[in-house]
Write a protein that binds this ligand. Sequence first.
Ligand code: ADP
Ligand code: ASP
Ligand code: MG
Length: 401
Amino acid sequence: MGIVVQKFGGTSVANAERLMNVARIVTDKYKEGNSMVVVVSAQGDTTDDLIDKAMEINPHPSKREMDMLLSTGEQISISLLAMAIEKLGFPVISLTGWQAGFLTNSAHSQARIRNVHKERIEKELDQRKIVIVAGFQGVNRYDDITTLGRGGSDTSAVALAAVLRADLCQIYTDVDGVYTADPRKVPNARKLKEITFDEMLELATLGAQVLNNRSVEMAKKYNVNLEVLSSLEKKPGTVVKEVAKVEKMLIKGVAKDCNVARISVMGVPDVPGVAYKIFASLSSKNIDIDIILQSIGRDNTKDISFTVSSSNKDAAMEVCEVFKDTMGAMDVLCDDNVAKVSVVGAGMQSHPGVAASMFGALAEANINIRMISTSEIKISVLIDKNKSDEAVRAIHDAFIH
Ligand code: ADP
Ligand code: ASP
Ligand code: MG
């Protein structure tokens, strides 16, 4: 018995039947004597449909109005789930993000949670009510609605688990755990019983959408007892924790991110301070840079390439065009037909040869590597986008049998 936070994603609440199924999962846990806080996402493709609706009217809406629109998806889900639970005869109340006390900064569409004022939720829990909270949303200090970025309901759930000091945070989704690769793309992917916060954070950041990366970051910071499991099948899921059981697995997963673009600044003068000038200008515009590659100097010039997320592509190009005109670079090129494929695993720290196996798998599949970056527990390569699924499968097969 304790406080349990459960989160249900879009597929899990997509229609009346699924909502009744969720109501049963929640009330079963409630009947065991637990205090229940339940976070839900918008139903099915609602968020995407709302974005399409906005684009029809204005392809460049303000982010404030976009947040106002997108937050409605979750509001539909909370009320419907509350009605489903009422129907089963349990005390329940639904709360929007602001009613639940979510205070965020003002970065509309990518807001960060500053604080969760938990008094209202605690009051409802004291009355033994099941509390249903709209995920993905909060308010800033001007009481304007904000959203937390795609997949943000995971973060709402983990934040609640942290502030309420919940005994357990269960992320229910449409797969039955975290796999060694997206099980929809790689049929022989294996389910992991456990994975560390660090490995999960890398996988999530590198494109495994099963958990939002900010939610993992927060779960690590507050040591939240986190579990990923299926709302559709009753099966044990994957536990995400600080230290996982030592498994004889060199790598824990392969992830893919297609939302990347490569920008190349060609023929920049080969003198000190050039890289500084480019990257300082990008940083002043809050553009995050990922992989960086600089060529060997030739004829007193060199080329500098780097990757950014697709959403920052235009802003980064603008900065580089200005650099070209003021510093005398020859050309600025952008290529967004690329994808980043990565392997992740703490095991690679003590085992040389992971990079060689990964590159070997790509060579055998005749896939060209355009850029490489490594850290202690991951190796990423940039390749052609149309080869990305094939690359994931080839790399996965090389490590996981
Ligand atoms: P929800 O709507 O429940 O938040 P998401 O669509 O955001 O669900 O995340 C679940 C999806 O993540 C799965 O359907 C699966 O296709 C995808 N996925 C990608 N990588 C992985 C992985 N390594 N393990 C499990 N699922 C993954
Ligand atoms: N509904 C939002 C989205 O589709 C938030 C979420 O599902 O976590 O991204
Ligand atoms: Mg999600």
